[in-house]
Ligand binder design. Sequence first.
Ligand code: FAD
Length: 401
Amino acid sequence: MYSPSISGVATSSISGSRIFVYEVEGMRQSCETDQTSNPIRRSGSVFIAVPYDRMNQEMRRITRMGGKIVSIRPSNSAPETHGTVAPELGQQSQKSGETTKPMTQAKEKIQVPVNLYKPANPYIGKCISTEELVREGGDGTVRHVKLDISGGNLHYLEGQSIGIIPDGTDKNGKPHKIRLYSIASTRHGDNLDDKTVSLCVRRLEYKSPETGEQVFGVCSTFLTGLEPGADVKITGPVGKEMLLPDDEDATIIMMATGTGIAPFRAYLWRMFKENNPEYKFKGLAWLFFGVAYTPNILYKEELEQLQAEFPDNFRLTYAISREQKNVDGGKMYIQSRIQENADELWELVQKPKTHTYICGLKGMEGGIDEGMSAASSKYDVDWTAYQKQLKKEHRWHVETY
Ligand code: FAD
């Protein structure tokens, strides 16, 4: 069971993050069975993947559905789980119902949940709170949105995303399509009780090129405008590109622009804020964070507090484009910081324990490559070829949108 310690730092048992597989007979086919678990069927039995902390709840649900549990086993020993796959880091496939494979870098096999809830039967979560993250004088609206997911089987890992189906219909009267959002909380959620998921959402607003009118994005406006208690349709989780390695001695280089901070907040909270017995980070985490103005530095206080508390393990480098100047007198974008630190970064990326993650605005990769290319060319190394190799080794991870 996951429980906060006296200091406000969480403690958990290993079992808190484990998945078990129930083999169930006699379960009535219904909306509920289809919606909550998407069980695998074989000769009258269904197999349901259940997180440790939801076992009792799931047992009650199965009994309610007329089912009888004939076996329970840890999913590590199960060749089949449904909608839950064990990854090798960086694998791209996100199909549901894949077979379980061992995760090469894990101490024990870790199951990555994928597509537990699909668009036809989304999980209905509830808004707990939304909190403005842009301070006075900053640009736009970005909110930390916390959703209750305690009622079903939705669970996730750091670095994954969930889909949101906004309320209402599009201009053709059809339900809106899903939009993806990177998860900003650890697998245990902000309340450390495994019952919430948090997002970091920028409200899209722009001037229509045709009419000059202010236009607001459908889903981002829906999410940032949620009132506590409101229902939210959630799908997923999806994504294996941005998973954090289990290696406690790894070097984790993170490059974020704007809401690209979301997965990195989850990593950093897991590394430094939670006291997980199965993961005690002892390596180096280095965050490069690009924003327009100081008030746009999302989660600023918490990031700086972490840096003050863990100066040997966490480096924080901002690029504040509208306030700082780069060496050439131009705007300080994230790529300028990468170029400033390129030699050190080049040293780091060559180490087998280093993983680099890029998340945020599309287009941020170009400048990063330029910086790395300048550094590697000093040693006659072609950056494009080297990066290809890093990607092959699942040590160069990119999620831009
Ligand atoms: P929509 O109503 O869908 O409007 C978007 C459309 O508006 C665009 O397709 C384009 O046609 C038009 N448009 C946009 N800007 C302009 C412009 N300047 N001029 C003219 N037309 C324009 N977003 C977050 O805020 N936080 C996240 O953590 C996050 N994570 C993501 C993770 C992934 C893997 C992906 C793929 C996307 C992520 N996004 C995230 C983006 C998110 O999915 C949505 O795309 C975003 O919120 C906008 O959706 P919307 O419904 O508000 O906008």
